[in-house]
Design a protein around this ligand. Structure first.
Ligand SMILES: Nc1ncnc2c1ncn2[C@@H]1O[C@H](COP(=O)(O)OP(=O)(O)O)[C@@H](O)[C@H]1O
Ligand SMILES: [Mg+2]
Length: 219
């Protein structure tokens, strides 16, 4: 479903790329973990496949169209759900309105369905006491779960998450991974997660490690 073709990226110095000539394939209905030490370029890689930044070399393809052809704004709106710490929720809005707004903007099947939005939030432990509170008054872990609920409520075929369990305790971590697996296996999405936690990676269907500017497939 998603393919990188000779993908490369560097910040300042072209002779020091973070990675180059990456040819990777990610299929629908599958979950992928990307492991790697801090500073190896995991977040950068995710921001490219999330359409937040442009490759320095190579291309990214969603099916038979490149992201260039789709257009990054269009791609971010319809094709990808982003669960990033720094690209998170609509602030000053409640969890419920975050979902309803995202569903409306992306034209999701359940757009306007408050019951569905509440049920999705409830299923991630955002109870009725929280659904109408300003998200800024929620903890980091709760905000993370609202972002995941938003990915569930929208129809984008690709979900990318950067350290989604980074500030969750063990129980919530298991719960969130269960939800990601459900997104892949029941909603047939392609789920790509960056994590430094081997236990979290082990629960995904496939694992990659970013090391020495290359991705090695571990499983
Ligand atoms: N906007 C930027 N400008 C310059 N260098 C950056 C920028 N963002 C990240 N870097 C550098 O690129 C490298 C990879 O960063 P990042 O993708 O965040 O790695 P990771 O997520 O694996 O920790 C790091 O050395 C980081 O300092
Ligand atoms: Mg990172």
């Amino acid at each position: 479903m998603l393919k990188t073709q000779n993908l490369g990226y560097w910040y300042q110095d072209k002779s020091q790329p973070l990675f180059q000539d990456l040819n990777l394939t990610f299929d629908e209905g599958q979950s992928y973990a990307i492991l790697g030490h801090s500073g190896t370029g995991k977040t950068t890689f995710l921001s490219l496949i999330a359409g937040l930044d442009k490759p320095k070399s190579g291309d990214i393809w969603l099916g038979d169209r490149s992201l260039k052809q789709i257009g990054l704004t269009n791609y971010r709106r319809h094709d990808v759900s982003i669960v990033f710490q720094a690209y998170n929720l609509f602030t000053y809005m409640s969890p419920l309105n975050n979902l309803l707004t995202a569903m409306a903007i992306t034209g999701a099947e359940h757009a306007g369905d408050k019951f569905f939005a509440r049920r999705t939030l409830n299923s991630l432990g955002i109870g009725e006491d929280l659904v109408e509170r300003n998200v800024q008054h929620l903890s980091g872990g709760q905000q993370q779960r609202v972002a995941i609920a938003r990915a569930m409520a929208c129809d984008a075929p690709l979900v990318v998450a950067d350290e989604p369990t980074g500030n969750l305790d063990e129980d919530n971590t298991q719960e969130v991974i269960d939800q990601f697996q459900q997104l892949a296996h029941q909603q047939h999405k392609c789920v790509i997660i960056v994590t430094h936690e081997p236990d979290v990676a082990a629960r995904c269907d496939h694992q990659f490690r970013l090391e020495n500017k290359q991705f090695t497939q571990l499983a």
